[in-house]
Design a protein around this ligand. Structure first.
Ligand code: A2P
Length: 340
């Protein structure tokens, strides 16, 4: 059966990818409604030769909608997601609004598709950095167990939305005079100070918690435990924004639950696993990079090495398109799982 679909935040960096991917994957759509703010009402978006007109998001927008993808920020989700469910839609929410709510499933289909069984209308799509990490670690966790994860991220600006991409582009144009780069978006739209991202690395994504961690870091910590269903797993994160347009990279250190495992064993466990491509051959300088992951559905893993001093420790380098597997693609995979 075909579905009446709505995309909330359709003019945004992720919303546009959701529309493209729905069409590319021949998702069984009956109709598609593009929703955004009043600022975008009437705007036309052309994809695959079809023209779609954007509408303002109001409660009545969800009448007759079977499936609503939300990607317009947490506040919009809090305002409209329950409303959409009340009007009969299933909501797949790409914001952080409901991810840690107890009875709301937080799903990466390759990892915990089973969690979808108990949904009550809203399903949360995890944080982009979390998704690519858990997708790559799941086969290792299944085979060898997982005790600890320490991750440092190298995140692209598109994760902060279309305005952040524009900010990097304009600052890059001002590179000769970088001191005068104007910054008004990054590190995060609501922050009291802004720093240039061009030719920089900003160790702040989202705002700070009283613990000294950023909310992005806490998302990686808490969401990973929820998706794996393992409160005893030790997870810690440092999240850094880089002047990359699209494609998040992660240096991930893991301690597995077994000793005597080699880097080759890790590689073998990952080759052919769902959604994963291993690119790991120093002799040919083969390793994942964001420039080459952009536009790809898979999660790329390389630089697999054993910790010389820890019998169960390994390093991995994990790269994926943050707008696709990290957001739009994962949301659509959730919808496809629901239909199945
Ligand atoms: P708009 O373009 O009308 O502002 P991004 O993540 O790239 O920054 O995109 C954010 C998305 O959220 C955009 O589609 C934006 O629409 C949408 N959005 C922002 N504010 C609202 C709102 N009040 N109601 C509905 N959508 C909103």
């Amino acid at each position: 059966t075909t579905k009446s679909v709505a995309i909330v935040g359709a003019t945004g960096a992720v919303g546009k990818k959701i529309l493209e991917k729905l069409l590319e994957r021949n998702f069984p759509v009956q109709s598609i409604k593009l929703l955004a703010s009043s600022r975008s009402a009437g705007k036309e978006i052309i994809v695959g030769g079809n023209t779609y007109t954007v509408e303002e998001t109001v409660p009545e927008s969800f009448d007759g909608v079977d499936l609503a993808f939300f990607s317009a920020g947490g506040n919009i989700s809090k305002m409209f997601a329950q409303e959409a469910v009340t009007r009969g839609a299933v909501v797949i929410d790409n914001t952080s609004a409901f991810r840690m709510t107890e009875h709301i499933p937080l799903v990466v289909p390759e990892v915990n598709e089973h969690a979808l069984q108990n949904h009550t209308g809203i399903i949360a799509n995890p944080n982009c950095s979390t998704i690519q990490m858990v997708t790559a670690l799941q086969p290792l966790r299944e085979k060898f167990g997982m005790k600890r994860i320490i991750v440092s991220t190298y995140q692209a600006v598109s994760g902060a939305g279309a305005e952040a991409i524009a900010e990097l582009q304009s600052q890059s144009g001002q590179f000769a005079d970088r001191a005068d780069s104007e910054a008004s978006i990054l590190p995060s739209a609501g922050a009291s100070k802004h720093y240039p991202i061009a030719f920089n690395a900003i160790p702040q994504i989202d705002s700070f918690d009283s613990s000294g961690y950023t909310l992005e870091e806490l998302k990686m910590i808490n969401e990973t435990k929820k998706i794996f269903g393992d409160d005893d797993l030790h997870v810690s994160a440092t999240c850094v924004r880089l002047p990359v347009v699209t494609g998040h990279s992660e240096s991930v250190y893991i301690e597995i639950g077994k000793v005597g495992i080699t880097a080759e064993d890790i590689r073998e466990a990952l080759v052919g696993a769902p959604g994963i491509v291993v690119q790991d051959d120093p002799s040919t300088q083969s390793y994942p990079m964001p420039l080459f992951a952009e536009g790809e559905d898979d999660v790329f893993v390389g630089r697999i090495r054993k910790d010389p001093d820890h019998p169960a420790g390994f390093h991995l380098w994990i790269v994926a398109d943050n707008l696709l597997k990290g957001a739009a693609l994962n949301s659509i995979q959730i919808a496809e799982s629901l239909i199945r």
